[in-house]
Design a protein around this ligand. Structure first.
Ligand SMILES: NC(=O)c1ccc[n+]([C@@H]2O[C@H](COP(=O)([O-])OP(=O)(O)OC[C@H]3O[C@@H](n4cnc5c(N)ncnc54)[C@H](OP(=O)(O)O)[C@@H]3O)[C@@H](O)[C@H]2O)c1
Length: 209
């Protein structure tokens, strides 16, 4: 497939890029600074993108079979995430691309009936978790758009590509020890699986051990 990957330079974006290339896909890495893409591959091209500009998003994603966004706003102004999501959706609407897969947040996952993880988080995590929840609401309002939204486990870190994990719906998945976690490498598998299979169209799903 011909995949446009927004934010291919991020911690998670880099793993998705590797996973997609290893599976033989062709990838356009759409990044704000092309010089930060340090790998070369016969199936990889790199372009600059301004994710806050819907026209630029529309132009750059046109012609691909799917768009993946691994965008993250950093920590200075986490609410940029909501603006970026709105711009991404508006740009995606301008292009006739069949699928948009978003890397989301865990905060909107339920930990008990009517209780989301974000409601239980310490103050320093609430901002980004709330921004992700608000971004998910923007996707959910787009019933005609072909999107998928993947929430990582509560803890997602660099690690091993085991290929062994669970996928779930809107509830936080925890392991036998009560911890919700996934490696970035395994999370990348789930994202590329979603690109290939579209198993969670217009739905939030989650990935954890
Ligand atoms: N448990 C959880 O809920 C959880 C845990 C971890 C991460 N996440 C979410 O997963 C996503 C990815 O996380 P990550 O750790 O990979 O983040 P990261 O390493 O900070 O990467 C962020 C990416 O976004 C790009 N970016 C930032 N501003 C941009 C702009 N204006 N235009 C284009 N690209 C821009 C960055 O580009 P540069 O390389 O140029 O800076 C980078 O590629 C984030 O949304 C994060 O909040 C969720």
């Amino acid at each position: 497939m011909n995949i446009a990957l927004i934010a291919a330079t991020g911690n998670i974006g880099q793993r998705i890029l590797n996973e997609a290339l290893d599976r033989g896909h062709t990838v356009t890495a759409l990044v704000r600074d092309p010089e930060k893409v340090t790998i070369t591959h016969k199936n990889l091209s790199v372009s600059q993108i301004d994710i806050m500009n819907p026209d630029d998003v529309g132009t750059k994603v046109t012609g691909h079979d799917a768009v993946v966004s691994a965008y993250g706003p950093g920590w200075t102004d986490v609410n940029l995430l909501v603006d970026a999501t709105a711009s991404l959706i508006a740009g995606f609407k301008k292009a006739t691309v069949p699928h948009l897969v978003a890397v989301g947040g865990a905060g909107s996952l339920e930990v008990a009936p009517g209780v989301q993880l974000v409601d239980t988080l310490p103050e320093e995590w609430k901002g980004i978790a709330t921004a992700h929840r608000d971004s998910l609401a923007l996707y959910k309002a787009e019933e005609e758009l072909p999107w998928s939204y993947c929430s990582p486990a509560a803890y997602i870190e660099p690690g091993e590509r085991t290929g062994s994990f669970r996928t779930g719906g809107t509830s936080l998945l925890v392991d036998a020890g009560g911890t919700s976690r996934i490696s970035m490498e395994d999370f990348a598998i789930a994202i590329v699986d979603e690109v290939e299979k579209k198993a969670h169209l217009n739905r939030q799903f989650t990935v954890a051990y």
